[in-house]
Design a protein around this ligand. Sequence first.
Ligand code: ADP
Length: 402
Amino acid sequence: MSSSRILVLNSGSSSVKYQLLDMRDSSRLAVGLVERIGEETARLRHTPLASGAETREWGGAIADHEAALKAVSAELAKDGLGLDSPELAAIGHRVVHGGKHFTEPTVIDDAVLAEIERLIPVAPLHNPANLTGIRTAQHLRPDLPQVAVFDTAFHTTMPESAARYAIDVETADRHRIRRYGFHGTSHAYVSRATAKLLGKAPEDVNVIVLHLGNGASASAVRGGRCVDTSMGLTPLEGLVMGTRSGDLDPAVIFHLARVGEMSIEEIDTLLNKKSGLIGLCGDNDMREIHRRIDEGDERAQLAFDIYIHRLKKYIGAYYAVLGTVDGIAFTAGVGENAAPVREAALAGLEQLGLVVDAGLNAVRGDEPRLISPDGARVAVAVVPTDEELEIATQTYALVGNR
Ligand code: ADP
């Protein structure tokens, strides 16, 4: 029997997001989410797309990731799609940090697990949760290939000139300090989809991808290979995000420690969780910021202006890095939905060939589309990202039809 289904797992410390796809036509059979794992008030939300049945929600105690995956399997089994199904070809895991070593999706064995574990110091929040998800899935289906798809892999093509910080080389190497970049699965998918929208092969185009979600990052992609990206050792560097500061003078940290008498943990929380849009105006949802701006709220306006100023700087920087640009793609929650962000980010850049057509920009849709006028020197596109499909595609390509 041919096995064509891939289960994609995105495991967080207290949550698991999942999708089951049929790779014969890349269709989604089921999607869902388990939240608050380890608590009495855990929730499971399961949408069985194959059968067209209603979304099912379940609340109660879920002790750990194993219990969560068993609950997911039980939901899938109601439609004959459980984890024990012979048609399941593999499980694809999102793994946040793959360091320098993992440049490709990788079939997981003990050595791979050990390397992901070795990277915990540079990804203390994410890699332990990803490992738990992998080990749990291995325990439930030891016979099944499990594949790790790394958020960092797409960025491993960055040249040393972009990947290194200008600090002492030995210190940097000893502590594995370099720019790794994140959201790579999305940047890979969107840059390819943009080439397709332009009717070209990825090798033949230079693209700037702006992944603007709650976390946000930009990348410069030359001929299908990433040459620079805005996140660094961790996802804190770069653009202004929902709750992260993005770039700042590192001396701000010394100042907060010495003068503000804050601990390293407090500063970490400040910069990762209480900065960016939420730190600037109290809201991190761009919809709410638009609403407040429409009411004349000055703090919301300033937060928006700082967000746009930083975004524009990266567009200019990556334009310079690439030399020639064929397309700029906006993606993720803000990039796909917030027309005012797209308009403001490119305003005044006509000399660079960057123009947004107001009518096209206002149209909403789920498909990749151009928002630049016909004949524009640089295509401006809105390209919905699909990290799960990309993980499933890469996993299936690796394990094939066994
Ligand atoms: P992440 O995966 O990083 O959690 P998403 O890519 O789902 O984030 O993006 C979430 C963000 O997208 C929200 O915080 C909100 O700011 C923004 N967003 C979602 N829908 C809209 C919309 N219709 N208009 C403007 N912004 C939106």
